[in-house]
Design a binder for this molecule. Structure first.
Ligand SMILES: [Zn+2]
Length: 468
């Protein structure tokens, strides 16, 4: 598809695009800090204005019990496909401030890097979408398809009110595809599309023994120590020889990969030594036998102990048998595991492993389902074509080990598939001091998105379309 007209417009206006992003990044829209609530609102208002300036027909704030989201749309023709763009305008806190080499809200361009909080996650990537829309409208007068945009203000605090928002706004948010730009590419010069995200479920465990801490001389030897019982329970959940979770039924619904799918997972380059370095210099990797490190990280489920508490932690010895002990556990889930089913099985395994001399209470918390977009979905194919053309390189389909709650909500609540077309880089230091976004990635990303709208206008199949 010929995009020379769009490229020429973007080239001519690139310096202004960057200046605008710099202004947007000056707003400290830290959603976690109540003191910045006004700033989160200000960033929503500035974004809504920028969406109108870019050419969205309407743009408004959607209020939530927490921070506001922004909704914008430009509906061209009900016969054309409709794409919903998702992003977030809130950002992470900046602590530790002393580790920043320049103030986090005074954006600075150093070489290729635009340095400030939110540059890559996610303000720069949201801004690319606005500029791609602007390029289409100023060059050709109209968009080739219907676009809707929802930009959340609470992603960095767990999207607590977003499910309520999409339930309430289900009609307006109806679309054929959701495009999310809130992730990183596989690496510099190695474009990738994320097609899978793992799900999550969490559980709290409490082991109770005596009603009060006991003297270990007077009672030790005749009373089971809750910390010891907890250690035995936790150790029983995984087989150290095979690396497998031993919870009965844990793997029952797990979809085994085909030979082709394993080849796809293996296609993106992976450096084991570099991974160990990124993982804080661990001496060796550890995981389930029979699977590569990439597979263990993305297509296999896990059970992790996140914390253990109990007993005396102060200076010097204290000779007690503690009254209680506890732990927090999370499981990362893969298709087709369900959080509530896995939570029940883990709870049953813990209760079965609990010795008679103590009592155990297991409290399941929240969860999210794994999501997977087929690699041959028209949206994935279109995004691959657009990325390949702009970056001039093969595009990998990857899966992420983590979870993006809104993507799971779109899938579960709206039945809406998502394509994760992210333009960050692995060294962007998101959530950390000195976050940056490469200006070249910002430039290329806008070009990918202008092409993506052209491609989807003709490639997103009719049968999948919904009324706009
Ligand atoms: Zn983000």
């Amino acid at each position: 598809m010929d995009a020379r007209d769009l490229d020429a417009y973007c080239d001519a206006h690139q310096p202004r695009f960057v200046d605008e992003l710099v202004e947007f990044c000056r707003i400290p829209s830290i959603s976690a800090d109540p003191a910045h609530a006004g700033d989160v609102r200000r960033s929503a208002e500035q974004l809504a204005q920028a969406a109108r300036d870019a050419g969205f027909a309407t743009a408004e704030l959607i209020e939530t019990p927490g921070h506001p989201a922004v909704y914008a749309e430009r509906l061209v023709d009900p016969g054309l496909p409709t794409v919903l763009i998702y992003g977030h305008h809130d950002i992470q806190p900046v602590d530790p401030l002393e580790e920043w080499t320049s103030p986090p809200f005074e954006p600075r361009i150093v070489g290729e890097e635009l340095r400030c909080r939110g540059a890559a996650d996610d303000k720069g990537q949201v801004w690319m979408h606005l500029k791609a829309v602007e390029a289409h409208l100023r060059t050709r007068g109209e968009l080739p398809l219907n676009l809707k945009l929802v930009v959340e203000g609470e992603e960095e605090i767990g999207s607590a009110h977003f499910e309520g928002l999409i339930e309430a706004e289900a009609t307006r948010l109806r679309a054929d595809l959701c495009v999310v730009s809130d992730t990183a590419m596989h690496d510099r010069g190695q474009p990738s599309i994320c097609v899978g995200l793992r799900g999550l479920v969490d559980l709290g465990i409490e082991v109770a023994g005596p009603a009060l801490d006991l003297h270990s001389g007077e009672f030790g030897g005749a009373v089971l120590n809750p910390l010891e019982a907890l250690a035995r329970i936790l150790a029983s959940l995984r087989d150290v020889q095979t690396g497998r979770v031993t919870v009965p039924g844990f793997y029952d619904e797990v979809t085994e990969l085909t030979r082709e799918e394993r080849a796809q997972v293996a296609a993106a380059p992976f450096d084991e030594a570099a991974f160990r370095e990124v993982a804080g210099g661990v001496p060796a990797t550890f995981g389930e036998n029979g699977y590569t490190t990439t597979e263990r990280l993305t297509v296999r489920p896990t059970l992790e102990i996140n914390g253990v508490w109990g007993g005396y932690q102060g200076p010097g010895p204290k000779t007690i048998i503690p009254a209680r002990a506890g732990a927090k556990i999370t499981c990362r889930l893969v298709p087709c595991q369900r959080p509530e089913v896995i939570a029940n099985r883990v709870r049953a395994a813990i209760e079965a492993a609990c010795p008679d001399a103590v009592r155990v209470t297991v409290t399941p918390g929240g969860g999210s389902r794994p999501v997977l977009t087929p690699v041959d979905h028209p949206g994935v194919l279109a995004a691959s074509r657009a990325m390949r053309e702009v970056f001039g390189a093969e595009v990998y389909c990857t899966r992420a080990g983590g979870s993006i709650h809104p993507v799971e909500m779109f899938d579960r609540v709206l039945g809406l598939p998502s394509v994760l077309v992210g333009f960050g880089l692995p060294d962007d230091r998101i959530h950390a001091p000195n976050e940056k976004f490469d200006v070249g990635q910002f430039r290329s990303g806008i070009r990918v998105l202008t092409r993506l709208w052209d491609d989807l206008a003709v490639s997103l199949p009719k049968r999948a379309r919904t009324e706009s």
